[in-house]
Design a protein around this ligand. Structure first.
Ligand code: NAD
Length: 342
């Protein structure tokens, strides 16, 4: 391995983890050394496709190998905490898929262990690496949208129905991470309602409607469901100067900027009333790149430079805290629950 390449081990190469495997195997700045998966079928598939990679049924050997600097965890959510803790304690830099952990106590502990050991800890908030979200954030930072007043996100589809997490924990991390990024703030409180239809006895919500409250009265509304006829991945951002819509399922119009707004009545005389402004609609040309590839590159950059990745452990913790508040609200008929400090 050259000094320029980072030795990588991947734990979990199932439905999503196989995309990590494909990316790290193709990146010149990485050397994919191990893929660990407890499923014999997954191991056979990886062995056939990547004969130079060591395939194992658990992570132990990879953690004992000094050539492995970075561990990528794409196992199911309930195992994230234990595998990430094990890897951090073995002195590795760690990328863990979303949700980072299933409790804020576990997420906080991972951050603390990473800080103590001066290890990189990154969370798979994929959308922060989407060119449309990057453009949106650039527009917000440049003030083009004005102050972001509110936003709403819809992440709907028929499936994938999960058993060990509900639609809120499975799907909302994407939208919460983007909302935190665009508001440049952490949520203060969450009120959420939802319903269980497919796995009533296990109390696994299939659909959730949540309002997430941010400082200054700003709000994000998040609608997630795996029981819906539409495949929808939309985000609408309303600023006091312009508005924007991100449609991830659109092949060629992912981001649309509307030069629309309403002059607040207080700024106008009584005769003028409320003035509605509808100007140009712009579809910026985005330099499309696979968001996962950009996410992997940011992880390797953080490992090399020791600078925090965009989606660091703290951002993972903030998302878990909001998820946790949302769960308490779901269990209490939608009452507003404060996101706990710390
Ligand atoms: N960022 C995204 O856009 C995105 C998309 C889909 C899934 N995900 C996340 O990726 C993770 C995996 O999802 P998936 O759909 O690939 O699940 P999956 O069930 O298809 O795959 C998980 C794999 O991990 C293996 N595994 C579990 N525990 C293990 C352990 N302790 N040691 C070794 N192997 C272990 C299983 O055998 C399985 O092959 C989840 O956290 C999910 O939320 C992220």
């Amino acid at each position: 391995m050259s000094e320029q390449t980072t030795g990588v081990a991947i734990v979990g190469a199932g439905g999503w983890g196989k995309n990590h495997v494909r990316n790290y195997a193709a990146m010149p700045e990485a050397e994919l050394l191990y893929v660990c998966d407890r499923s014999p079928d997954v191991r056979l598939r990886i062995e056939a496709a990547y004969p130079d990679v060591t395939v194992a049924d658990n992570v132990r050997r990879a953690l004992d190998d000094d050539a492995v600097e970075a561990v990528v965890i794409a196992t199911d959510a309930p195992s994230h905490y234990a595998v990430a803790l094990q890897a951090l304690r073995a002195g590795k830099d760690v990328f863990v898929e979303k949700p980072m952990a299933l409790s804020s106590a576990h997420a906080r502990e991972l951050c603390e262990v990473a800080d103590e050991g001066e290890r990189v800890l990154m969370v798979g908030h994929l959308l922060l690496y989407h060119p449309a979200v990057e453009e949106l954030r650039a527009l917000v930072v440049a003030g083009e949208l004005g102050e972001v007043l509110y936003l709403y996100a819809q992440r709907l589809n028929l499936g994938v129905v999960r058993r060990d997490e509900n639609a809120w924990w499975s799907l909302a991390p994407h939208d919460l991470s983007v909302a935190n990024y665009l508001f440049d703030a952490d949520p203060e409180a969450v009120s959420a309602t939802g319903a269980t239809f497919l796995q009533r006895e296990q109390n696994v919500e299939d659909v959730v409607f949540a309002t997430v409250h941010y400082p200054g009265g700003r709000i994000a509304h998040v609608h997630v469901s795996w029981l819906d006829p539409h495949k929808t991945r939309n985000l609408t951002v309303v600023g006091d100067r312009k508005m924007a819509v991100f449609s991830d399922t659109s092949p060629d119009q992912k981001l649309t900027i509307f030069d629309k707004g309403v002059e607040p009545p207080a700024a106008l005389s009584y005769e003028q009333g409320v003035r509605i402004r509808t100007g140009d609609i712009r579809i910026p040309a985005l330099r499309m790149a696979e968001p996962l590839r950009r996410e992997c590159e940011d992880f390797l950059r953080a490992v090399r430079t020791r600078e925090a990745p965009r989606s660091d452990g703290r951002s993972g913790l903030e998302v878990v805290r909001a998820l946790e508040a949302g769960t308490r609200s779901l269990r209490n008929r939608g009452v507003r629950i404060a996101v706990e400090e710390g």
